[in-house]
Design a protein around this ligand. Structure first.
Ligand SMILES: NC(=O)c1ccc[n+]([C@@H]2O[C@H](COP(=O)([O-])OP(=O)(O)OC[C@H]3O[C@@H](n4cnc5c(N)ncnc54)[C@H](OP(=O)(O)O)[C@@H]3O)[C@@H](O)[C@H]2O)c1
Length: 161
């Protein structure tokens, strides 16, 4: 599976239940990358989307409190979810939030990280994968500007995967 996220200088990924800021170029990158694939997320992330389910993607939500959600397949257990998504024969993206990234990182061998070079004082975090010796940088874009912010797209691969 592939993990995809945007984080700031402090590895913050969200604040007050929402994203840190609007980054049109990153949204476009996310839409194009995950189109026609399976997207796995936590219940809180699903509920944070103004328009849901995400169109042109199979939406898979992890929740222990809800067994049904409009527009999404719901699982209360990671093993059951993994069995299901592996049976689909499609690319699977882990799209957040913090709880889900942490639990599903061990099942991912690729990470698509957008770094936004700002400090947003977020309240949910990923971690500094750039300095994790188990991962290597495979590709990196130049610094790009979007909505007056500097960002960089990076692709990491798990070593020996
Ligand atoms: N920067 C980015 O790229 C990015 C991407 C996505 C999200 N975000 C941000 O991240 C924040 C949300 O993250 P979060 O960590 O608070 O919430 P989350 O990971 O989106 O969702 C957490 C919920 O998932 C369910 N869950 C967690 N582990 C589970 C398991 N093992 N089995 C079944 N269900 C499980 C629980 O739902 P129930 O309570 O229903 O049981 C839990 O409350 C928001 O600020 C959002 O905007 C950022």
């Amino acid at each position: 599976m592939t993990l995809i996220l945007v984080m700031d200088n402090d590895c913050a990924i969200g604040k007050n239940g929402d994203l840190l800021c609007r980054l049109p170029l990153d949204m476009k990158h996310f839409r194009e990358t995950t189109k026609n694939s399976v997207v796995v997320m936590g219940r809180k992330t699903y509920e944070s989307f103004p328009k849901r389910p995400l169109p042109e993607r199979e939406n898979v939500v992890l929740s222990r409190s809800l067994s049904e959600i409009d527009g999404a397949k719901v699982f209360g257990d990671i093993d059951e979810m993994l069995k299901y998504v592996n049976s689909l024969g499609k690319r699977v993206f882990v799209i957040g939030g913090a709880e889900i990234y942490k639990q599903l990182l061990p099942y991912c061998d690729e990470a698509l990280i957008t770094r936004v070079y700002e400090n947003f004082a977020g309240d949910v975090f990923f971690y500094d994968i750039e300095n994790d010796k188990n991962w290597e940088l495979a590709e990196s874009s130049p610094i790009l500007e979007t909505n007056c912010r500097n960002i960089r797209f990076m692709r990491f691969l798990r070593k020996n995967s």
